[in-house]
Design a protein around this ligand. Structure first.
Ligand SMILES: Nc1ncnc2c1ncn2[C@@H]1O[C@H](COP(=O)(O)OP(=O)(O)OP(=O)(O)O)[C@@H](O)[C@H]1O
Length: 126
């Protein structure tokens, strides 16, 4: 859709945010992985608050995983549209997009272990 290039307008921003929210809802409905990652992120944030741990790395890690899962779904949709038949390049695109989510998830797990595990052990140890 063409943008008219006019000055920043709250109405336009609100409309764009609505499209983005539609995207999030679609991915939540259709992608089990996104639902798991979202609930894991909420659990990690709740633990961060409970343990009084630094929130910034946890928030950034969660946002990275969820954002890349949204992009992964976008790549899958575009690849299915452009190449419904099996093609080696379609495979590369889908596998690389999935790998991006995997790398971010492993990183987020590492952040969780480094940031949350020591205070958790401290709490459990009394
Ligand atoms: N058009 C295609 N050409 C070649 N390989 C494909 C194609 N579509 C899918 N694949 C291969 O099959 C794998 C799974 O594809 P699929 O679209 O089912 O993704 P998925 O990870 O199962 O997605 P979803 O999250 O929707 O379950 C891809 O990672 C890729 O290796």
């Amino acid at each position: 859709m063409r943008s008219d290039g006019s000055a920043l307008s709250l109405k336009r921003w609100w409309r764009s945010a609505g499209f983005a929210w539609d995207g999030v809802r679609h991915v939540y409905r259709t992608q089990a992985n996104f639902r798991i990652e979202l609930w894991a992120a909420l659990l990690a944030l709740a633990c961060t608050w409970w343990l009084n741990a630094p929130a910034a790395p946890v928030i950034l890690s969660c946002a990275l995983v969820l954002g890349l899962e949204l992009l992964n779904t976008a790549v899958e949709a575009v690849v299915d549209l452009a190449s419904p038949a099996v093609h080696p390049l379609a495979r590369v695109a889908k596998d690389a997009a999935a790998a991006a989510v995997l790398v971010a998830s492993v990183g987020a797990l590492g952040v969780g272990l480094v940031v949350l595990l020591p205070p958790l052990l401290g709490r459990l140890g009394g």
